[in-house]
Write a protein that binds this ligand. Structure first.
Ligand code: SAM
Length: 245
């Protein structure tokens, strides 16, 4: 996958992609991430990327010309078909694991990081395929939101995680993952559940599934409405509801 991040502050994005697993994914050739400085697409002495809003009011707006030129240039240079252009904006659809999975199927993503009061509306109308928000709050810029999206997408690329590693993860089946423990088996009076020390993989699997259902019921009951559950799992959930009511 190729990912271009268009920003006026490339320095903000250097850290997240030059460390740990995402860097390793790039080193292994799973993903090629480029930080594209929007000012490269300006031609005036001051390399101006923003201007005051028509109609007056507070703040500055990212101008259309550099953004159009940047996206068109990146598309022209792309060797992949079907470039997908994303605008990070608090007004977009809320990002979640399902959207991350859909994006992981694309070959080339261009993410536009807004700043100040946002981007000229013509960019949104003519260039953008998808608008994404990472939550109902307002950040100063789209860079951190873009880093969140890229991180969630890259770890879903084939070959990034071992095949089984993502199967039980939170949201993969609209359930939250079960609790984890590691050594020591007893710590400050808190014991690891004996089943996890039993070596019985069938019982461990059953315990984990039940914990996953219980945890989802307690923390995110909204997810359960769409989860695909077996009849015996529905019965188990009913029991938990009774116990807790
Ligand atoms: N004036 C805009 C509004 O009220 O909708 C907010 C602009 S915000 C200060 C500047 C930039 O940060 C946005 O253009 C966007 O790129 C990014 N941003 C802020 N909050 C975000 C969020 N929740 N999700 C994604 N991007 C966000």
């Amino acid at each position: 996958m190729k990912i271009d991040l268009v920003t006026i502050f490339p320095g903000i994005l250097e850290g997240p992609f030059k460390e740990s697993m995402i860097k390793r994914a790039a080193d292994r050739g799973l993903v090629d991430i480029d930080l594209v400085d929007l000012r490269k697409y300006t031609y005036d002495r001051h390399r101006q990327v923003d201007d005051a809003p028509y109609g007056g009011g507070y703040g500055m707006i990212l101008k259309p010309e550099p953004l159009f030129e940047a996206v068109e240039d990146l598309k022209n240079k792309s060797v992949c078909e079907g470039t997908w252009v994303i605008l990070l904006t608090p007004q977009g659809q809320r990002f979640n694991q399902h959207r991350a999975l859909k994006l992981a199927e694309k070959k080339h993503l261009i993410l536009i990081c807004g700043r100040y009061e946002g981007v000229d509306e013509r960019v949104r109308v003519a260039l953008v395929d998808e608008e994404i928000s990472i939550g109902d709050y307002v950040l100063t810029g789209g860079e951190l939101a873009a880093a969140v999206v890229v991180d969630a997408v890259v770890r879903l690329l084939p070959g990034f995680l071992e095949d089984e590693a993502s199967a039980d993860e939170s949201f993969s089946e609209l359930l939250l993952e079960y609790p984890h423990y590691t050594r020591p088996a007893a710590y400050r009076g808190m014991e690891v559940p004996p089943v996890l020390l039993s070596g019985n993989h069938s019982e461990i699997g059953c315990w984990r599934r039940k914990q996953s259902l219980k945890r989802t019921y307690e923390r995110r009951p909204d997810l359960l409405q769409q989860a695909d559950l077996l009849p015996k799992e529905k019965v188990f959930l009913e029991e938990i509801k009774k116990q807790q009511s």
